[in-house]
Design a protein around this ligand. Structure first.
Ligand SMILES: Nc1ncnc2c1ncn2[C@@H]1O[C@H](COP(=O)(O)OP(=O)(O)OP(=O)(O)O)[C@@H](O)[C@H]1O
Ligand SMILES: [Mg+2]
Ligand SMILES: [Mg+2]
Length: 744
């Protein structure tokens, strides 16, 4: 049964606005068009395409319709005098106060400016305004400061809204490993927008194509529309609940749910509600920024009475640094806001780490490695430190957990639950226990195994294994687990211990079983000739190369980090680039000649987490067998969409014959990376106008274990570009020339 929308809206008496008519009717919201609206209607803040002829309405908007970034310039609420009496009264909040809410202002006060104080329920508009201000803000620090002001108000005024506020800010509904995801199809959203605004679908589509942002189009359609009677304002918790419901249901009811909330959206609420549903907020609040903002909010909350908020950063520097570290470390061991947020609200921050411990069953984001281009780089980095080299197995990363009940779970590199994929491993999980253990978390690589020849099989064989509902008797591809780390044992987290100790405990508690459980072949050496030789042996042993790791100093397990203390040394390191890239397939080009009937080439992109967009990096047509092309055409054929997503960045000259959902990640090798006037990868990082593209890209394989947001990111592309020898040499020449020109 569908819940009534009023059940999660604020009661109408609580400041519901009726902008058009003073008559309050108890009927469903009626949409009336501009023509019907009386002349005294409230001025819209954003210009819409069909209002240009309306002379008596003055617009506050940019002239350029193609860049329809809504420009709201809030009058500073500081300018409005708020007396102490008003602060405590339950007087209705003025519309102006709501619309001008601005947590980025210098004089922000978490209680004074939390206009929802009297009600204790956070309006969704407060969050939307926060996002809007953040979107208009340049600079990560200011963004964090703004978000922290909002969080601080929520903690003081309506603490139970902190959890949904956090989730909404990172556009998640639950811990990532629970797999509850948004990402409603653009067409479903467009239909809901049409229904709610009376616009036609073609118009919404063309506007979206023009602006590249359905959120903005939704907001504009909403703003230019007059309503006879508005539903009560949305509150944050209610919207969060609705989003959860939307994620769980399918079909037509999804559209109805979206519509229900959308009709009640005011101002930028429409933009962010729609963007949440698309799955891309486009305000760049990444995980680390969110944790920093939360830490800052906690310190601000502790001192809001003694100190001006904008001074907190200077006065309590140490406390901020300590809180941030505590929070980030806790999040690493317990990546679950459902546990962390209540603990933050209840306990002293110093207790956080013990209140939210690492726990088998809850996946940790794995430690990652930096690429290198040769043994010389290993020496440069680790000279003088104790290091170990391990064979780098080419399979699938697996974090294997055993909880107090003896239940085993297996998580992927991506923290997805892969347990059901490996019933064979579960069945033989007792075999490798040497000394009785209650609980553990091990880090390992699962590799396809040739039982007869007793040897490792290529990754491609592993990828043919069934993923879901695997029946143990029907398994065709056998696997062997190569264990390389121990993160937790018998109730004790080991991540802060050095690798040498972790390895000792691993060997103490576990044992090898031929063809089932093995320890990664390792060699502790500082002799680079031996490293080189070991690398060659690893390749003969069907491995990809080596992982070189610190043993004692700087040798903790750095959860979720691409660490400099783990270097990957691949067999084909001699190539200029050093590593392959994992790229998202955005579109396909029809094949010619022998490839007629399938796609013959594809448009690939990297992911830019900051702007939450896919940026084109190359066209690819090499490395595929005919069979590959058939398989890709079939599987991608299921993901064809009618047009590019609003968060695809590409040049129109690259327009493919078919666009795809961003669902497939391909591993690709290339000869080198170069600046490109057409491609958009890493644009703005190395060069303001040009992106980076791959030269001679070659398809290697599908990466089923990486989600599209785990694809190589724009910063990595920029780093790879910059670390190429010829770029380095060029830079040397440039700096030399600069220096010389100073002299002459
Ligand atoms: N001995 C080992 N120690 C650590 N990792 C290993 C080892 N053997 C194999 N691996 C695998 O190597 C991976 C790191 O190198 P790889 O290039 O395959 O990374 P990736 O999954 O492509 O991710 P990225 O390229 O983003 O780092 C690890 O995530 C792990 O799956
Ligand atoms: Mg790998
Ligand atoms: Mg890789």
């Amino acid at each position: 049964m569908q819940k009534s929308i009023t059940s999660f809206f604020k009661p109408k008496t609580e400041g519901a606005e009726v902008p058009v008519t003073p008559k309050k009717e108890k009927s469903a919201p009626k949409i009336i068009t501009k023509e019907e609206s009386p002349p005294e209607a409230k001025k819209p803040k954003i210009k819409s395409e069909d209002e240009e002829d309306t002379e008596n309405i003055k617009m506050e908007t940019s002239q350029d319709e193609t860049k329809v970034q809504p420009k709201t310039e809030p009058k500073s609420p500081a300018a409005k005098k708020v007396t102490p009496m008003q602060l405590n009264s339950a007087a209705p909040v003025s519309q102006e106060e709501e619309e001008n809410y601005d947590p980025s202002m210098e004089t922000y006060h978490p209680l004074k400016h939390a206009y929802w104080k009297a009600k204790g329920v956070t309006p969704y508009l407060a969050l939307a305004r926060t996002f809007q201000v953040i979107e208009e803000t340049k600079g990560r620090l200011k963004m964090i400061d703004t978000l922290s002001n909002f969080f601080c108000s929520v903690m003081l005024v309506s603490p139970e809204d902190l959890l949904p506020s956090v989730y909404l800010s990172i556009n998640q509904l639950a811990p990532a490993y629970e797999g509850l995801e948004l990402g409603v199809a653009d067409t479903t959203l467009m239909k809901a927008i049409c229904k709610a605004t009376g616009r036609n679908l073609a118009h919404i589509k063309s506007q979206t194509h023009l602006t590249g942002d359905l959120g903005i189009v939704a907001e504009q359609s909403r703003v230019s529309q007059r309503m006879m009677f508005r539903p009560a304002p949305l509150n944050l918790r209610g919207v969060f609940q609705k989003l959860k419901e939307v994620a769980k249901i399918s079909g037509q009811s999804k559209m109805t749910l979206v519509y229900d909330v959308f009709v009640a959206c005011r101002l930028s609420e429409a933009r962010f509600f729609i963007r949440s549903l698309i799955g891309k907020l486009r305000i760049g609040i990444a995980e680390q920024s969110l944790l920093t903002a939360l830490a800052l909010a906690l310190v601000k909350k502790n001192h809001h009475e003694e100190c001006k908020l904008n001074k907190v950063g200077d006065v309590y520097k140490d406390e901020i640094a300590e809180t941030t570290l505590l929070l980030k470390t806790t999040y690493c061991q317990c990546p679950n806001y459902d546990i962390i947020i209540p603990a933050i609200l209840k306990y002293d921050i110093k207790e956080l780490s013990t209140r939210c411990p690492m726990h088998p069953g809850m996946p940790l984001r794995p430690m990652l490695a930096q690429p290198t281009k040769g043994v010389h780089e290993v020496l440069e980095r680790f000279g003088g430190m104790h290091i170990t080299c391990e064979w780098k197995y080419d399979g699938e990363r697996a974090q294997i957990h055993c909880n107090e009940q003896g239940e085993i779970s297996i998580f992927s590199r991506n923290s997805e639950n892969n347990t059901a994929k490996y019933p064979d491993l579960i069945a033989r999980s007792k075999n490798f226990i040497k000394k009785p253990v209650e609980t553990y978390i091990i880090d390992s690589e699962i590799v396809a195994w040739d039982v007869e020849r007793k040897q490792i099989l290529p990754f491609q064989v592993l990828s043919t294994r069934k993923r879901k509902n695997v029946d143990i008797d029907e398994i065709k591809v056998q696997v062997c687990v190569y264990i390389f780390d121990l993160l937790y044992i018998n109730g004790m987290a080991l991540v802060t211990k050095p690798l040498s100790e972790r390895r000792k405990l691993l060997l103490e508690h576990f044992q090898e079983v031929e063809g089932e459980w093995k320890f990664a072949t390792a060699l502790n050496t500082n002799d680079m000739d031996e490293v080189q030789q070991f690398l060659e042996e690893s390749v003969k042993g069907n491995c990809e190369g080596l992982m070189v790791k610190t043993l004692d100093e700087e040798a903790t397990y750095e959860i979720a980090k691409r660490s400099r203390n783990w270097l990957k040394l691949k067999k084909d390191y001699l190539s200029n680039v050093g590593d392959s890239l994992d790229l998202v397939v955005l579109g396909g080009y029809r094949g010619k000649g022998r490839r007629t009937g399938t796609f013959g080439g594809f448009l690939l992109a990297c992911y830019d987490a900051e702007n939450e967009e896919y940026q084109s990096i190359c066209k690819i047509g090499t490395g595929f067998t005919d069979e590959d092309l058939k398989v890709h055409s079939e599987s991608l054929g299921k993901s064809v969409i009618s047009g590019p997503k609003s968060y695809y960045r590409y040049d129109s000259s690259l327009e493919p014959d078919a666009w795809f959902e961003p669902v497939q990640v391909w591993e690709v090798k290339c000869a080198d990376l170069s600046l490109s006037p057409i491609h958009r990868a890493a644009i703005g990082i190395v060069d303001n106008e040009r992106g980076i593209s791959l030269r001679f890209p070659r398809f290697i394989r599908i990466r089923d274990d990486k989600s599209s947001e785990n694809a190589t990111d724009a910063q990595q592309v920029a780093n790879m570009y910059q670390s190429q020898d010829q770029v380095k040499n060029n830079q040397k020449i440039c700096t030399q020339m600069d220096m010389e020109s100073e002299f002459y």
